[in-house]
Write a protein that binds this ligand. Structure first.
Ligand code: MTE
Length: 323
């Protein structure tokens, strides 16, 4: 039997379609579905529980105070685009995973802090939130597939979580892991992907001021399709580093092998820093399609965040920093 395997992030026909057309088509399909109002709850950035009238237990944390240090050189992407055009392979390899991702149960949700730490901890997500300094930041987001957006994320600096974990001096990297539950996430039944989704950062990257744990978007709790209840944002790196729906942070001595490295090491590396001059093996990274705008815009080195992060890579020039 021939099984067609996708090699990694692809640029399918749908991705080449202007997203307004794609989303219109999606709306048309929805309109045709009988009584589709609840089914399209995710369209407006609502999770299933909220759509059913149950408030998200963290709702009182929103909106958080905006941190003016993180301003943008471009307009914020429309909410319906940022919450309606997603990559979340646990729910399918297409961009249209809003409805399927509503199956993700985000309470109860526990977070494990383990590995090289003073003491391992397991925390309920709302207990963790109570300990963290919440704020809103405007960030650019650049997917390796050469599309981008600009979004108001709510959350807290990753450094605050590192401080809570108290890693010992032997910890050189942080490994992050997404939930694993094929019953909830049918994509995880696709055995040729090495689940769970794993990502990693050096401790210097994890404690850089830009590394941000995201809990909300557009002044509201994060909807499931964007990686509720907790996902990463490292805006100077390609979006596949921004691991979604995290359950475990491990502090380790050796560089973690990420899911995408296991799958296609020649295309997706550990560092994945944005660089317009280093093409992906199958396409250019020089320009990007900004969701909601026609035409393409030039891609910026480190996605425009060189001032904050270029220093992290001094002495590492021999590494494949841009794939
Ligand atoms: N995390 C998990 N667990 N699974 C995924 O498929 N996709 C990544 C990243 N994090 C992904 C993930 C990719 S390629 C991108 S571009 C961003 O999530 C997309 O985030 P968004 O849907 O909020 O735009």
């Amino acid at each position: 039997m021939l099984i067609k395997r996708k090699r990694g992030w692809e640029m399918p026909e749908r991705d080449a379609t202007p997203e307004a057309l794609f989303l219109d088509r999606r709306n048309l399909l929805k309109g045709a579905a009988a009584g589709g109002i609840l089914a399209s709850a995710g369209w407006f950035g609502l999770g299933r529980a909220e759509a059913a009238g149950e408030p998200d237990p963290s709702a009182s944390l929103y909106p958080a105070k905006a941190n003016a240090a993180y301003a943008l050189d471009r307009p914020v992407t429309a909410e319906k685009l940022a919450t309606g055009y997603n990559n979340f392979y646990e729910f399918g390899t297409d961009k249209d995973i809003v409805d399927r991702s509503q199956a993700l149960k985000i309470r109860p949700w526990t977070i494990k802090l383990d590995g090289m730490v003073e003491q391992e901890q397991t925390l309920g997500i709302d207990d963790l939130f109570k300990k963290m300094p919440f704020e809103e930041r405007l960030y650019r987001h650049r997917c390796v597939e050469a599309w981008s957006m600009a979004v108001p994320w709510t959350g807290f600096p990753l450094k605050a979580l590192v401080d809570l974990a108290k890693p010992t001096s032997g910890a050189k990297y942080m490994r992050m892991e997404t939930f694993e539950d094929p019953g909830m996430a049918p994509g995880q039944k696709q055995f040729w992907y090495p689940w769970p989704y794993v990502e990693g950062l050096t401790m210097a990257e994890a404690t850089n001021e830009l590394a941000f744990m995201v809990t909300g978007i557009y002044g509201k709790p994060l909807p499931t399709q964007n990686g509720a209840p907790l996902r990463l944002a490292t805006p100077w790196k390609y979006g596949f580093k921004s691991v979604k729906s995290i359950v475990r942070f491990s502090f380790v001595a050796d560089r973690p092998k990420t899911m995408w490295q296991t799958l296609a090491a020649d295309e997706y590396g550990f560092w994945a820093n944005v660089n317009p001059d280093v093409p992906h093996p199958r396409w250019s990274q020089a320009t990007e399609r900004f969701l909601g705008q026609s035409g393409r815009r030039p891609t910026l080195l480190f996605n425009g965040y060189a001032e904050q992060v270029a220093g992290l890579y001094k002495g590492l020039e021999g590494e494949k920093l841009y794939m």
